[in-house]
Design a protein around this ligand. Structure first.
Ligand SMILES: C[S@@+](CC[C@H](N)C(=O)[O-])C[C@H]1O[C@@H](n2cnc3c(N)ncnc32)[C@H](O)[C@@H]1O
Length: 242
């Protein structure tokens, strides 16, 4: 049975891994954000954009993927984009948090960035800076710009973020969705943590392998700079930073 956006979000398993006594977030508050009804006018347009993109010819991934996995480097846009279920959750989290500065590692073709930028647009505040090493970064820029002008896609590795933003501007929200190598994911989150504001939310994609969270990525939840951590479905780890 095909579930609608809300039904699919309601069906996702939520497993709180850590909640410090002083954490602002509770399991109930998190569950509410994952499962609440959303009425943003852009959401159907973004789902349609993702569907439209899926008929496009495959594009070549960056050479970094050859070193990591080998095999074919050709991917259709639809194969690498976040689903509408997880995209709506990004929207909901950003709409609640109202970040001034949001980061994304891995713009892809701009689908996840569109969900984030739509929430920034509706709050009339904030900027998304998204990083993409693939040669199709400009497709992401155009797709997100059709939803909101509040985003900039930079054709550079996420790891170089400090060269592109004012060092005094803390990051309030981040979506880590670049290469899904656990070592790289862990390094990117650790690199980010000194640049986040208190209460910043970091959503880390694709942290599960064969249905269980990757062990080294899961250790991020134990860090002293994390106050709340939850696994979402069989994909993501959501961290709230101190
Ligand atoms: C899963 S896709 C991103 C999909 C996109 N977030 C979405 O849901 O629409 C991963 C992307 O990350 C890019 N990437 C990989 N490593 C990167 C890095 N270190 N910095 C920036 N982009 C990177 C890849 O080129 C690829 O396009």
């Amino acid at each position: 049975m095909l579930r609608t956006g809300l039904e699919a979000r309601e069906a996702l398993a939520i497993r709180v891994q850590r909640r410090d006594p002083d954490a602002r977030w509770t399991e109930e508050a998190f569950r509410h954000l994952v499962q609440r009804k959303l009425s943003a006018p852009q959401l159907p347009a973004i789902a349609q954009l993702a569907a439209d993109m899926s008929i496009f010819a495959p594009r070549r991934l960056h050479n970094a993927y050859a070193e990591w996995k080998g095999g074919s480097l050709m991917r259709r846009p639809g194969e690498i984009a976040v689903s509408s279920t997880y995209g709506e959750i990004l929207y909901s989290l950003v709409a609640d948090l109202r970040p001034a500065l949001a980061f994304e590692a891995g713009a892809g073709f701009g689908i996840s960035g569109s969900y984030i930028a739509a929430a920034l647009q509706n709050q009339r505040n904030g900027q998304l800076v998204s990083f993409e090493i693939g040669e199709y970064w400009d497709v992401a820029q155009r797709n997100i710009a059709a939803i909101s002008p509040r985003a900039r896609v930079i054709n550079d590795a996420f790891e170089n973020f400090s060269a592109h933003v004012r060092s005094s501007a803390p990051v309030d929200f981040a979506f880590i969705d670049a290469i899904h190598d656990p070592e790289v994911i862990e390094r990117q989150v650790r690199q980010l943590h000194g640049f986040t504001s208190p209460g910043a939310v970091v959503v880390v994609d694709d942290v599960f392998q064969a249905g269980v969270p990757n062990r080294s990525v899961a250790t991020l939840a134990e860090e002293r700079w994390v106050s709340f951590a939850a696994f979402l479905g069989t994909r993501q780890l959501v961290l709230v930073m101190r």
